[in-house]
Design a binder for this molecule. Structure first.
Ligand SMILES: *Cc1c(COP(=O)(O)O)cnc(C)c1O
Length: 370
């Protein structure tokens, strides 16, 4: 028997979250962002849940081709555009929409002879200072793009630096001032702006993390009111039980000392599975349907939990590391990271199954390919 750890992916949760985005996002079209192999969930696994999206956005041209090969007929957007001239041919063959954020990319398109014109999203750096044209250069970039034979429609996009808790009007103002005279659809909003900044919704929104039920701020409490559902459950079992006397310690570094007689469960999950090594004592976990806490240091293949509130738990008891009951951000936040990172970093050695979504039916087994 393999180690009892596994991840279960819930396409129904993604479908539900996408519907929620469509209701929240005014009448905007939705680019469903599935970069990084759908934030660690597996593109193929969640693909059936994306039918209602208007487009799919990602970074890797290989992932874009995979999506076309799954039968996706609607637009696919490469969020960082092309990296070399040869990519134009692939974009043409698979009808990809490409972001253009710099003159080098325009130059690659200028010499290209695609069979059909390639639609672009012209990207403005409105204050994030990663990719894009500065507002002062934007109109000129738009004019140059319009004059290029290989380019079809031109959409206008930008990205927020702190829509997850800060002020975004300064970026919107930059964007508006520099695009006032320009034709093209507008796209500004990531998940945080979808939830909290209706003014930014415009023609197309670009939600990623909320499709998977994780919080744009990295704090589970901030999305409590939205009824988002977790798209991944990481689960395992108790494989050992220790009873500690007061004063005894557990695990590496003797980082936790029992202050009374305590039952401790040993869970088959460690940092080599993608659970954060920095998760401190107190990080929530669910055992046998009861919330408790991890205690001591997370090791490579195991972690230890306090069984005090779980009187009937023992070897074989089910453990939810994160999922519907313990939100991934509740694990991420005390570990000094965000749910995004934990989902993307699920380790390859963890077997993944797809939740068919039919109550009472076991999840469909699947060979681990991603
Ligand atoms: C990743 C990404 C998004 C989605 O961000 P979330 O915070 O996950 O919603 C949107 N737009 C761009 C350009 C991105 O790179």
């Amino acid at each position: 028997m393999p180690r009892p750890i596994s991840a279960r992916i819930h396409p129904d949760a993604v479908r539900h979250n996408l519907q929620l985005v469509k209701r929240t996002g005014s009448s905007s079209h939705v680019w469903a962002v599935i970069k990084a192999n759908a934030y660690g969930h597996g593109i193929e696994r969640i693909y059936p849940a994306l039918a209602e999206a208007d487009g799919i956005a990602l970074l890797d041209i290989d992932e874009a081709v995979r999506v076309r090969e799954l039968g996706w007929k609607k637009p696919i957007l490469l969020l960082e555009g092309i990296f070399e001239a040869g990519d134009v041919e692939i974009a043409d063959r698979h009808r990809l929409t490409v972001t253009v954020h710099c003159d080098d990319q325009l130059a690659m398109l200028k010499t290209a002879r695609p069979r059909e014109r390639i639609d672009i999203q012209l990207k403005m750096n409105s204050g994030m200072n990663r990719l894009g044209y500065r507002p002062a250069q934007f109109e000129r970039a738009w004019e140059r793009a319009s004059a290029i034979e290989a380019i079809g429609s031109i959409g206008l996009m930008s990205h927020f630096a702190n829509a997850d808790g800060g002020e975004i009007d300064w970026q919107i103002d930059q964007f508006e001032a520099a695009t006032r005279n320009l034709l093209g659809t507008r796209s500004l909003s990531n998940s945080a702006a979808v939830l909290w900044h209706p003014r930014a919704h415009r023609d197309w929104v670009r939600p990623g993390t909320i499709l998977y039920g994780a919080s744009p701020t990295g704090c589970a409490r901030h999305i409590e009111g939205f009824s988002l559902r977790a798209a991944m459950t990481l689960e395992s079992r108790i494989i050992g039980v220790q009873t500690l006397e007061a004063g005894e310690t557990i695990g590496y570094g003797r980082a936790f000392t029992a202050d009374r007689t305590m039952r401790i469960g040993v869970v088959a999950c460690g940092y080599a599975d993608g659970y954060p090594r920095h998760a401190p004592t107190g990080t929530p976990v669910m055992v046998d349907g009861v919330r408790t806490r991890i205690v001591g240091r997370v090791s490579m293949d195991m972690l230890t939990v306090d069984l005090t509130p779980c009187a009937s738990a023992g070897i074989g008891s089910a453990v939810e590391l994160w999922g519907e009951h313990v939100k991934v951000d509740e694990v991420a936040e005390p570990s000094g990271t965000i749910g995004y990172e934990l989902l993307c970093a699920l380790a390859r050695r963890v077997p993944v199954s797809i939740d068919a979504g039919v109550p009472g039916q076991p999840a469909e087994k699947e060979a681990h390919s991603a």
